[in-house]
Design a protein around this ligand. Structure first.
Ligand code: OGA
Ligand code: MN
Length: 214
């Protein structure tokens, strides 16, 4: 038995390296079929087995109104807190990515927050930013998709906009195992209405620079 050869760092080195390189070069990274298969299967099994009643309507900000929420986003979410083996494996994987990115890019990431999201047919999330300059401590946003056999006409694409005007948005198909990572302040984005059930995990890597908040 050789434990070292199976450490998370070894398994993920090439993927983490590619994500770090992309973030440094362009502020975002899109990796198809990227999440390690055993982890992907575990998370997908869990999300498929979860009763709809576990999912709660997603909110925006702290004091926002219920009605306003529904105009902007209509997905349901479940926060991931390590209650199952799959969730613990996911949080371990996130931790190893966080450590890697801190070493490689000196990002000073201190914590993560992560939730499952379910978009039923017709659900969407209109154009928004996950963080605002000078206010938030969300540094990196990441989404992983848990949808087997996604077809081009199923909708539900993530559109990622660059801040500069006139640039075409990047379009991400929410296919099984695709990972998208981007700098939270720099890429407004939206989820186009989906035609079928769409499952994902959204994650934010934060830094606790509370002294920088004005
Ligand atoms: C979000 C988000 C994108 C997606 O939850 O903030 O933008 O593709 N999700 O699910
Ligand atoms: Mn978002």
């Amino acid at each position: 038995m050789n434990k070292v050869a199976h450490s998370p760092c070894d398994n993920n080195a090439a993927l983490f390296d590619a994500i770090a390189r992309d973030i440094a070069d362009s502020g975002y990274s899109i990796q198809a079929k990227a999440l390690p298969q055993p982890l992907l299967d575990k998370l997908s099994d869990q999300v498929q087995a979860m009763p709809a009643s576990d999912f709660k309507q997603a909110g925006i900000g702290r004091n926002s109104e219920h009605q306003l929420n529904q105009v902007i986003r209509s997905d349901d979410i479940v926060w991931i807190n390590g209650a199952t083996a799959a969730e613990r494996a996911w949080l371990d994987w996130l931790e190893s990515l966080k450590v890697f990115l801190n070493r490689r890019l000196f990002l000073g990431l201190s914590s993560t927050e992560s939730h499952f999201a379910h978009y039923g047919p017709g659900d969407f999330y209109k154009k928004h930013s996950d963080a605002f300059k000078g206010q938030a401590n969300r540094v990196l946003s990441m989404v992983v998709y848990l949808n087997r056999d996604w077809l081009a006409n199923n909708g539900g694409e993530l559109l990622l906009y660059r801040e500069e005007e006139g640039q075409a948005a990047m379009k991400v198909t929410p296919s099984f195992g695709t990972i998208v990572v981007f700098l939270s302040e720099d890429f407004p984005h939206e989820v186009r209405p989906t035609q079928r059930d769409r499952f994902s995990i959204a994650t934010w890597f934060r830094c606790n620079n509370s002294s920088a908040i004005q």
